[in-house]
Unconditional design. Structure first.
Length: 278
């Protein structure tokens, strides 16, 4: 089996140091994802033809506020999600480790919940559509997901199950067995494929003209992609929701499919109501 492996590109997790402060690729990935997301939202709001009536729902300057809210929700939700959904016993025994997100350990499902609540709060404060705000954020996420999963790969975390495929790798902290580079699978399905789907939906099929549709597409496809990738990703050890062949990540993705489908129904009903108006 080992003869089939390819060398793991052992990239230093530390991108550079400023005196005693070490800047890691993991942190830079989050920062880059948020900056790209912010620029994407502004760009979408500056493209009138993709919106209903040829007019963006609110001024591009509000993207600054939206992204600020999402940053807070993502960081708090992602960290608390990792603690509560995956590693509660570890963090209960080591509570100070909760305050060290730079070591890795951010749950996507937790970040999704945190950012969703932040978007709802933003929409209420700014008196704009919550569904449209969600659509904007979901359209901006895919490129950030690509960068984030590549950072997981560099950080040698969330690696895959033992495998004998020619591209299997021995991860530095994954034991002696070659494993699927599942982070790269996730970067492809959750990021690259998602970007193509969302781009086609928003710029070719008018998804942003139907509030809730883009967010629904995002949730459904992410859940499907995550459930596929979980078949190759090493499950969290001794997790209560690892039930039979199902993993915790797959079970956490089921509500995403249900919520995404509900948003798509809401978007369709909204379109039907609009078409019924004289």
């Amino acid at each position: 089996m080992l003869a089939l492996t390819i060398p793991f590109p052992n990239i230093d997790p530390v991108a550079f140091s400023l005196g005693p402060v070490s800047i890691k690729w993991y942190g830079l990935a989050y920062a880059a994802g948020l900056i790209i997301g912010w620029l994407t939202i502004r760009r979408l709001l500056q493209t009138p033809q993709i919106w209903r009536g040829g007019r963006a729902p609110f001024h591009p300057d509000l993207a600054d506020n939206l992204v600020l809210y999402v940053i807070v929700g993502t960081v708090l939700g992602g960290r608390l999600g990792q603690v509560l959904l995956y590693d509660l016993s570890y963090y209960a025994a080591n509570p100070l480790e909760i305050l060290k997100p730079w070591k890795g350990g951010m749950s996507f499902h937790g970040a999704l919940i945190g950012s969703g609540l932040a978007i709802l709060y933003f929409a209420r404060r700014m008196q704009v559509s919550a569904l449209t705000s969600m659509d904007l954020c979901c359209a901006a996420i895919p490129l950030g997901l690509i960068i984030g999963r590549l950072a997981n790969f560099i950080n040698s975390e969330h690696w895959g199950r033992a495998a004998d495929v020619p591209w299997a790798m021995v991860f530095p902290n994954g034991g002696p067995l070659p494993r699927h580079p599942s982070q790269l699978y996730e970067a492809a399905l959750e990021g690259v494929v998602m970007y193509i789907i969302i781009r086609l939906a928003t710029h070719w099929y008018g998804a942003l003209k139907r509030p809730g549709l883009t967010a629904g597409i995002f949730l459904v496809w992410y859940a499907i992609a995550r459930m596929i990738c979980e078949m190759y990703r090493q499950p969290e050890l001794q997790h209560a929701l690892n039930i039979g062949p199902l993993t915790a990540g797959q079970i956490y993705s089921v509500p995403m499919i249900l919520l995404g489908a509900a948003l798509m129904v809401i978007a369709a009903r909204g379109t039907q109501k609009d078409s019924a108006l004289p």
